[in-house]
Design a protein around this ligand. Structure first.
Ligand code: ZN
Ligand code: ZN
Length: 106
């Protein structure tokens, strides 16, 4: 059993949600994906090019990385304008519509 990577930085503390947007901009600009190792005390930042092979082991703690449901998981989609957001968002920033969770299929 491998460990499941978490969104970069893990759970957001109140008032630090801006990090999600910064990470999103970096991911769009570079095409890279940014995660944090899911192992308890590791916290290693996992950055990779999704066009190439995904890392299979954490280079800091050596645990096997389980990607199932992470990259093939869910995204938040606006039912009104079809804009897509990271699954941590609840509302569309264009029209304020409540987002729906849909299977990630890019
Ligand atoms: Zn690790
Ligand atoms: Zn919308």
């Amino acid at each position: 059993m491998g460990i499941t990577p978490k969104p970069f930085g893990g759970e957001r503390a109140e008032g630090t949600e801006d990090i999600d947007e910064i990470v999103e901009v970096i991911e769009i600009a570079t095409g890279y994906k940014i995660f944090t190792c899911g192992s308890e005390r590791c916290g290693n930042t996992i950055i990779f090019d999704p066009q190439k092979a995904k890392p299979q082991f954490c280079k800091l703690c050596g645990r096997e990385i389980d990607w199932i449901g992470v990259l093939d998981g869910y995204v938040a989609k606006c039912p009104k304008c079809s804009a897509e957001y990271r699954s941590s968002y609840d509302y569309c920033e264009l029209d304020g519509t409540r987002l729906e969770m849909i299977p990630y299929s890019h």
